[in-house]
Design a protein around this ligand. Structure first.
Ligand code: IPE
Ligand code: IPE
Ligand code: MG
Length: 243
């Protein structure tokens, strides 16, 4: 710890974002839900651009949860169609801006087309050294921890654990999570008015600062991100200590 951050230093290294409120945004305008998801994608692109401009190192967005399969087949298909369109359309600009994209979550149920577009994006941007843009897709915090536990159990059973069980610590376990290699989020923002985590990054946000906003995700812009960062900057993080 190096004392109080100045306003300039208070940019969180890792921001996690729950992109919620697309449906209500569309409903408020008597538009089909799909239009809300479309406007949500536009918001995502604006926010990624801004996060990259102000020097955020990691941005993790919750785009589709393991529970979102409960929605209608049409809505789910619409979300993935949009994702495909946006990933293909924005890839060049993301790449030009030095953004490196990766995906958190179980990609096995996705269509060949979706997985090919995601692979292309990951591959093309893999050497970029700007903003790390992590998209949580078919992601659930519990699924993440369970997958890590199974992976760990397998490694242990095969005798490949790199150290004794006695010395195996939280940091070692975290290497089995989807977020391996990424520092824990400093700030978690949930627009859309709900005050819950909806199974996002449960392990990783142990000490994140939480900011909730009533702005519906499609209306969320750079100024809302700045507001949330301002709120973060005014917080005193103690991590259980008495700093
Ligand atoms: C978030 O918006 C998008 C996804 C969960 C995929 P919602 O569709 O949940 O919007 P609301 O919460 O119904 O307004
Ligand atoms: C959280 O939003 C998931 C994403 C934004 C991808 P939901 O709309 O699914 O969350 P709940 O159902 O209100 O908890
Ligand atoms: Mg919602």
């Amino acid at each position: 710890m190096t004392g109080q951050p100045t306003a300039l230093q208070a940019i969180p290294g890792h921001i996690a974002l729950i992109m919620d409120g697309n449906g209500r945004w569309a409903e408020n305008r008597s538009l089909p839900k799909f239009k809300g998801h479309e406007a949500g994608m536009d918001a995502m692109i604006r926010v990624v651009r801004h996060a990259s401009d102000i020097g955020v190192k990691h941005l993790t967005v919750y785009a589709f949860s393991t529970e979102n399969w409960k929605r209608s087949v049409g809505e789910v298909a619409g979300i993935f169609d949009l994702l495909l369109i946006y990933v293909n359309r924005e890839l060049e600009e993301l790449h030009r801006n030095g953004v490196r994209v990766d995906i958190l979550g179980d990609r096995t149920p996705f269509s060949k087309k979706v997985n090919a577009a995601l692979d292309k994006t990951i591959q093309k941007t893999k050497d970029n050294d700007g903003l790390r843009f992590h998209i949580a897709l078919n992601y659930g915090g519990r699924a993440d921890i369970l997958m890590a536990a199974k992976d760990f159990a397998m490694t242990f059973a095969e005798g490949h654990l790199e150290k004794s069980l006695k010395d195996f610590d939280e940091r070692d376990f975290a290497r089995y999570l989807y977020t391996d290699g990424t520092p824990d989020p400093d700030l978690l923002i949930r627009p859309g008015g709900e005050k819950r985590l909806s199974n996002f990054l449960l392990w990783q946000i142990a000490y994140a600062e939480l900011v909730f906003s009533d702005v519906l995700w499609p209306d969320f812009g750079p100024e809302d991100l700045d507001l949330a960062i301002g709120e973060y900057g005014a917080r005193k993080r103690r991590f259980g200590g008495r700093i």
